[in-house]
Design a protein around this ligand. Sequence first.
Ligand SMILES: Cc1ncc(COP(=O)(O)O)c(C=O)c1O
Length: 381
Amino acid sequence: MQRIAPFRVMEILARAQQMQKAGKDVVHMEVGEPDFPAPQAINAAACAALERGQTHYTPALGITPLREAIGAYYRERFAVEVDPARVVVTPGASGALQLVLGVLVEAGDLVGIQDPGYPCNRHMIELYGGRTLGLPATGASTELWSAALATDGLRGIMLASPANPTGEVMPLEHLEALYQVLRAGQRYLIVDEIYQGLQYGAPPETALALGSDHLFVINSFSKFFGMTGYRIGWAVVPEQWVDPIERLAQNLFLAPPTLAQHAALHAFDDTVLAELEERRQIFEQRRDRLYAGLKALGFRLPDTPPSGAFYLYAGLPESYRGNGEAFCRELLEQAGVAVTPGIDFGHHQTADHVRFAYTTDIDRIELGLERISDFLEAGGP
Ligand SMILES: Cc1ncc(COP(=O)(O)O)c(C=O)c1O
């Protein structure tokens, strides 16, 4: 437990809420969930399931119609065939990560992860007795990823694409190169596609196009589908791992949430997908506005805006480098803007960075930028 670090952002959030209670306005750019509610058709399906009395356990791997609907979604949207028998419905991507890491990681195993990356991954691997190898997560790091492949005791590599906090999408050909080397060494690739669908400039892809035997793909209804509080996600696992995963799921969760499964059945309705596409376009406009605004204020960002998720991971202007946590605290106290310190996401240059989530509307983003500008002019922390 001593190695399980708290989310610093939760302190920021708590303080922001306290300030709001005291009557101060806060622009929220710290929260990693869509500001949109779950689509109405999904909520109506949850209500209808409740009316029908669907409040009992389901099979541990989820209800068959949902596993089939997920398979059909891969066929229709990505032209990839996925046998529903390999689809495991879980309590969020979080549940999927627990199951996949639980069956794969033996005590002492090493798992390569992105640094900066989603912090829970490191903690979950350690909980199962594994060790992590943090790999700088930016585009320039291909050599480091290759070096990791030669490391003794490496069980696999786990990465998110699009990634949190960078929003970077790993091109399918890079993933394929990684997958082939891992597979040849009897190791595994775990790709967390939780931000799939929230992609800009090019249609989303899936690592499932690469193969099926040494590849675990994790996904969720939380982000693109806007269903964070339903706690529902899924994994697609190699055939020979379905049975161990089922046994672990029975022991850890018994079943994924029943109402959420019935609601998620409607997430792939054409009308819902059309609504989600409109939201995706709104996210893209917000990204472009925030990217331009932060660049103009001297934050260091990639040459082109990252093409996925709803985050910008920005290098702090020169005078605040190494001081990200203090920057976030002072920005909140003095300017009423909440953002997440980079140190929440790992060790690699994270004190020089902060994460901005564009999960608030464009007027609030404009206001946030104005406030940050005034804060920087006034001298900051
Ligand atoms: C990369 C990544 N994976 C997994 C999760 C867990 O999401 P959930 O359990 O809501 O599906 C998150 C949440 O922010 C995330 O950013």
